[in-house]
Design a protein around this ligand. Structure first.
Ligand code: ATP
Length: 201
């Protein structure tokens, strides 16, 4: 199986994540995609982090009806901070025949050599990236070539960026503005029902 691995805080999941996941799925001819909310985000700290159960549930709602996108609680179940390399080791142990493709947005991709045990990371999966902001394609290709010189396998995919972030979604909620153009309707409904990210919530 060709298995995509898409990790993130997903606080909350938004249309940029979904578009990236779908574009990769078809571009890389994947058989399935694991969507993995992180338990404790190693790269960022936020005092507005919805709890793991809510973030997991929103991912499930976002991909409902698409069984090829499997939302996994592998990181949320762990007792400690998990690093991507640990997750990939666990997936590799479970499905040794699978080829793993790690999906990242450009901001994450450009920091890959700072990730824990990046040499092992490069052995375990193909590093994949799409543009998060316009006009980054050349820079991503150049960085991909640099990573390849370090032993990585890379795929730089040409997708139209979607200019949305979880931060922007949360800010709109603080301001009392609708978010239904930034997240799927079922996710918007879940946020409203649970009053997630509302300052008075
Ligand atoms: P925040 O605004 O809270 O920092 P975020 O929107 O960056 O969150 P994450 O959950 O941190 O969301 O992102 C998970 C992965 O998805 C990362 O690899 C990130 O680069 C990528 N990503 C996020 N938003 C987009 C987007 N609009 N287009 C492409 N990739 C994205």
């Amino acid at each position: 199986m060709r298995t995509g691995v898409f990790g993130g805080t997903f606080n909350p999941i938004h249309n940029g994540h979904i578009k990236l996941a779908r574009a990769y799925f078809s571009e890389l001819n994947l058989d399935r995609m694991l969507v993995i909310p992180t338990r404790v985000p190693p790269h960022k700290v936020s005092n507005e982090l919805a709890d793991g159960e809510d973030r997991l549930r929103m991912c499930q709602l976002a991909f409902a009806g698409h069984p090829e996108f499997e939302v996994s609680d592998i990181e949320l179940r762990r007792a400690e901070t998990s690093y991507t390399v640990d997750t990939l080791e666990a997936l590799h142990a479970r499905w040794p025949e699978d080829e793993l493709f790690l999906l990242t947005g450009s901001d994450m991709f450009l920091t890959l050599t700072e990730w824990r045990r990046w040499e092992r990371l490069f052995e375990l999966a193909v590093m994949c990236v799409g543009e998060r902001e316009p006009n980054l394609f050349g820079q991503l290709q150049a960085y991909g070539r640099y990573l390849e010189s370090l032993g990585a396998r890379c795929r730089v995919i040409d997708i139209d960026p979607v200019l949305v972030s979880s931060t922007a979604v949360r800010e709109r909620i603080h301001l009392g503005l609708p978010v239904d153009r930034l997240v799927p309707p079922a996710v918007a409904a879940y946020i409203a029902e649970r009053r997630l990210y509302h300052r008075d919530g």
